[in-house]
Design a protein around this ligand. Structure first.
Ligand code: FMN
Length: 194
């Protein structure tokens, strides 16, 4: 198991060719230079509609997988589009499923707003509010706006823009800095991998 901080990447878009997913895939690519490991959550489409009646043991398997992914992460990075002035319903549904568990409580969390300048503020405001309700620890300096347009995406599907990549790297570093040392990891009281 890696002793690097693990950051879970959550995209709010289900669209093929999503710009928000592009941002997170780029975060994955620059992760090693930020001293972090990243993991992309790809279960959004498979989550059932939230129903409090189902928020009991045994949980639906996709919900267990989501909560386990959050539990294993040291921090969370979200990148989501705005639909009709707020979060996509599917992503709000994901966040609703986190409320009944403890996995996200006090977990450092941040987002990248990849919308064009002046856009996406409704999603950002809702995300701030809902993450607050979930108990996540919003790391304000790590929350950034990185407007993405198609011209910034290379043939490998990643952002080519160096400034954008650098800002993503800084966000990952800030999230890692806000997370607790991993048990047994380098710098933890229990010692590290030798
Ligand atoms: C149904 C729908 C509603 C949208 N509503 C908004 C909106 O309210 N504000 C906004 O800034 N963009 C809005 N958009 C634009 C999307 O946020 C934008 O296309 C975004 O890049 C999609 O993200 P993705 O490429 O990751 O799928 C909307 C798009 C769709 C399809």
């Amino acid at each position: 198991m890696s002793s690097l901080p693990m950051i879970l990447l959550l995209s709010g878009s289900l669209r093929t060719g999503s710009t928000n997913e592009t941002v997170l895939r780029t975060a994955h690519a620059v992760g090693p230079s930020a001293g972090v490991a990243t993991s992309f959550y790809d279960g959004l489409a498979g989550l059932p509609h939230f129903n409090p009646d189902d928020d009991n043991d045994p949980l639906p398997a996709p919900v267990t997988a989501l909560r386990t992914a959050i539990e294993r992460a040291d921090a969370i990075l979200v990148c989501t589009p705005e639909y009709a002035g707020t979060l996509p319903g599917s992503f709000k549904n994901l966040l609703d499923w986190t409320v009944g568990g403890t996995e996200i409580c006090d977990k450092p969390a941040a987002w990248v707003n990849a919308a064009a300048p002046g856009r996406g503020q409704g999603a950002e405001a809702t995300l701030r509010s809902v993450l607050g309700y979930t108990g996540a620890d919003i790391v304000e300096p790590a929350c950034v706006r990185i407007p993405v347009d198609r011209g910034m995406v290379g043939p490998d599907g990643l952002l080519t823009d160096q400034e954008a990549r650098e800002r993503l790297r800084a966000t990952l570093e800030l999230l890692a800095g806000a997370s607790a040392p991993r048990p047994g990891g380098l710098g933890s009281p229990a010692g590290g991998d030798e």
